[in-house]
Design a protein around this ligand. Sequence first.
Ligand SMILES: CN1c2c(nc(N)[nH]c2=O)NC[C@@H]1CNc1ccc(C(=O)N[C@@H](CCC(=O)N[C@@H](CCC(=O)N[C@@H](CCC(=O)O)C(=O)O)C(=O)O)C(=O)O)cc1
Ligand SMILES: N[C@@H](CCS)C(=O)O
Ligand SMILES: [Zn+2]
Length: 764
Amino acid sequence: MAAGRTTVLGYPRIGQRRELKRATEAYWSGKIDATALLDTAASLRRQTWETLRDAGLDEIPSNTFSLYDQVLDHAVLVGAVPPRFRQLTGLDRYFAMARGVTGAPPLEMTKWFDTNYHYLVPEVGPDTVFRLDEEHVKPVEEYHEAAALGLDTRPVLLGPLTFLLLAKPAPGAPEGFRPLDLLSPLLDVYADLLGRLADVGASWVQLDEPALAADRSPEELALLRAAYDRLGSSPRRPKLLVATYFGPIREALGVLAATPVDGLALDLVAGAEDATRVASAGLSRRRLVAGLVDGRNVWRTNLPQALAVAASLLGSVDELMVGTSCSLQHVPLDVSLETSLPEELRGRLAFARQKVDEVVLLGRALREGREQISDELAQAEAARTRRPPGTVDARVRARLAALGDGTPRGDYASRVRARSATNPLPLLPTTTIGSFPQTSEIRAARADLRHGRIDEATYKARMRAEIDKVIALQEDIGLDVLVHGEPERNDMVQYFAERLTGFACTESGWVQSYGTRYVRPPILYGDVARPEPITVEWTTYAQSRTTKPVKGMLTGPVTMLAWSFVRDDQSLAETARQVALALRDEIRDLEAAGIRHIQVDEPALRERLPLRSADQPEYLRWAVGAFRLATSGVADTTTIHSHMCYSEFGEIVDAIDALDADVVSVEAARSRMELVHDLARTGYRRGIGPGVYDIHSPRVPTVEEIEDALRLALAALDPAQLWVNPDCGLKTRRYEEVVPALRAMVEAARRVRATLHPAPAPAR
Ligand SMILES: CN1c2c(nc(N)[nH]c2=O)NC[C@@H]1CNc1ccc(C(=O)N[C@@H](CCC(=O)N[C@@H](CCC(=O)N[C@@H](CCC(=O)O)C(=O)O)C(=O)O)C(=O)O)cc1
Ligand SMILES: N[C@@H](CCS)C(=O)O
Ligand SMILES: [Zn+2]
């Protein structure tokens, strides 16, 4: 048995200085041509391969690069191109599928499992003819490119089962059609592709099947078996490594072991329990890539513990390789780019580049014996276990213990009565989700402040001028509940993290969120407290510029955690309570300053729902508890709003109700108000603002289509429940799109309002 060769399942592709974003956006705006974009892409790929080779990895993946999204790449590769894009070719078609063009809306975008990465949802219908994109067989091209550097890489493909499970039925597909129905013709294409990869010399291919980390039906497991029996028996093929990640695969392990696949990669971090299944799984003639280094968090690996897990697997497989739990695309590139993190914290961190070193070190320990690396191990352990000062805040802990779950708010009906007396609003009140366009002037002002080109007072004056503009615009458009527009926020999570203790923020720790939009997830390493009010000054300034109510805007506890890298030395539930307490204080201060509407955004509530249904109730219990802890301290006259987006909410309608928010705004435009109907069926009686148009597209909606959306919602709701708002914040849009879209929205609300007689009692 061989042990100790090393690999990773994938690597960040965006470049040290966000070269991919800059080149792609320059291409979109016509500043560079396709050749320049593709040159940048090729140079990023080369850098990655050389880095991984020089770090000493034994097997390097390829086809992990993408100009926009790996699922989109795969859809194009296998010919799943919806008819509306077929008159286009090459890059034009690729980016049109991602971003839409006139007359052809883009593919839908949604969360990649429980991560903050978003993929484009393939559309598959009975008319889809799977066929390899002959012009551009990307995995073969990338294999060649790496081969020119002397590397026999392992091409990475999305596996057939996961691809079809992630796809949605194409528009117009008959009721009951499922993309999985097309597994057999899809497998023909995979067999063809495997043949071509074998022909060019690939020894191994990685087929990613993360869908196996979620509950799978007996039928799906049977299809899994059939798929890999079939691919395994392809006459010409490289060896097949099926990679799973984001959790344990449980019964699927035995199913895969019964097929002729040559190896498995298991996530032994999020799916640690699978380690105990390996011995009896029948893998004695296979390769196992043990995913021992966490691809989802930034902490150094507990190397002795990882070695103990590896040791427990020796003897059960033919080859034991060391690897990462998943692709490293979900973590930032390199800690060494950070210059201002507290030193003790920095020492505990491992970003993608450092994780590769950890994999290599673990490999050496397995090959050469642990004693050969004892110095490196001792140093790594010393750095990992050092605690930065300020990790424990006794005051926060005592306050939380005293508060327990907090006292629940009064019943909803009393709140409605209290508000209609003190803050009446028209029926179908109009509002927005918070952010207005983040213009280049706003970003440039922030960059000027960072580089010392302007002082704090000048920066604040510019932000206040922006707020003046945003307030005046909303008054002119005729919105009912206004927002300050969030100009001062670099990001809805990072902004708060920068102002709370217990969080550290990076300078260069960019992670792709979707396409050319990246985020720098903060690092939550210690107890969380709020040294001083965060948003009160901006919100009250905005309120001073208008007599209409201004809605305060905060990011909720679950989202703060979901979009950060979170400490692993206490439960998420406990950490969420600390964030909730800080928000509770902020809400109290906003309320004391006269703010009557406060929105606590929880767009990540659904995203972090555990992939296994058995684990979901416990998560929802603490997630909802944290939201309620943050929001339950307010008077009946204060309206608590929440907002969610980017996900399918059908599974969490009860939790949405349990938040006890007065109004919840949700993404609904693309799903034709499905959620509204789901909520209404469960007896949801509070306010709801189903997004009436899709802010992810530059397209300006017509008044008529927004009216239609509102009428569709009213088919399920009492008019007193309905709020009118876009799908999400407007930060990624331009004013040229925002102004006509909001005017259309307000006009549609007016028209629908006029048809509602007699007016029912307002209930918000
Ligand atoms: C709601 N969404 C969010 C998610 N996660 C978050 N953490 N935050 C979110 O808002 N997940 C789900 C969705 C994902 N959606 C988005 C939407 C938009 C972005 C985005 O626009 N990202 C920006 C970076 C934002 C930021 O940090 N801005 C900073 C720095 C800006 C910058 O690059 N400055 C330049 C210089 C200035 C200039 O001249 O332009 C520089 O430093 O070089 C800031 O505003 O200060 C992006 O550009 O990708 C992300 C997720
Ligand atoms: N208030 C935030 C929510 C985004 S999910 C915004 O408007 O951008
Ligand atoms: Zn949103």
